[in-house]
Design a protein around this ligand. Structure first.
Ligand code: 13P
Length: 243
């Protein structure tokens, strides 16, 4: 475990204006000296980004979006949000390539365009990759990850602003996590593709299994779905990572 761990809350399509209070607890917690090294990033739905940005002013918490359009320029794209627009309201990050969007038709090529657009806009990218259960069973995980990384980051020089989030599709929302040894080896494999990559793990991270996960010493942080919506659980995950 490195000291500067990332804890990224992906709220997905959850959270209305009342959920804003949930972040206040975490803001208070983030001020405690003991956890100064934890890098907390909230990715709420677009509708809450502005509220969250105001709340985290003068704190070390950063805000991100959960996706963006591939076009950096404004255009006739009804219902879409560009990376430039996200940056312009003060967010710093964007999640790209989440499996829930890949399942809805996002290709590696489109993901590549989105990553380029995000980096050009000055956003940092949380780039999600991961194999399905079928691919795991066929033992093609490494080929799948290699392809996702190569195509997703094709012709991108500035990789230092890209965090890789390894999220096995079969572990998202299922309560299942990879075997520690498998996870260690997969993360090592990703880091061998580029030694500078920071690699996070995502998929059913919760206050119980964090005790196991934190022992895997090549993980640089966690991308947390369900458990991040509950401030007590989210705080518990951070505390247990360092204790
Ligand atoms: P869960 O933590 O709910 O399994 O979601 C993981 C995820 O998809 C984060 O991006």
């Amino acid at each position: 475990m490195t000291n500067n761990m990332f804890f990224i809350a992906n709220w997905k399509m959850f959270g209305d204006f009342r959920s804003v209070n949930s972040i206040k607890k975490v803001i208070k917690f983030s001020r405690s000296k003991k956890f100064q090294k934890a890098q907390i990033i909230y990715c709420p739905p677009y509708t809450l980004i502005n509220n969250f940005i105001k709340l985290v002013k003068n704190t070390k918490i950063k805000i991100g979006a959960q996706n963006c359009h591939y076009s950096q320029r404004p255009g006739p794209f009804t219902g879409s949000i560009s990376a430039n627009l996200i940056k312009s309201i003060g967010a710093n990050y964007v999640i790209i390539g989440h499996s829930e969007n890949r399942e809805a038709g996002e290709t590696n090529k489109l993901i590549n365009l989105k990553i380029k657009s995000a980096l050009n806009s000055g956003l940092k990218v949380i780039f999600c990759i991961g194999e399905t259960f079928k691919e795991k069973r066929k033992k093609v995980t490494r080929q799948v990850l290699n392809k996702q990384i190569k195509l997703g980051l094709n012709k991108i020089k500035n990789k230092k602003d890209v965090l890789i989030a390894y999220e096995p599709v079969w572990s998202i929302g299922t309560g299942l996590i990879p075997k520690p040894n498998d996870l260690f080896n997969t993360i090592n494999f990703i880091k061998q593709i580029n030694k500078k990559f920071k690699v996070l793990y995502g998929g059913s991270v919760n206050p119980e299994n964090i005790k196991k996960l934190k022992l895997i010493n090549n993980i640089d942080g966690f991308l947390i779905g369900g458990a991040s919506q509950n401030p007590n659980k989210f705080i518990d995950i951070i505390k247990k990572t360092y204790n």
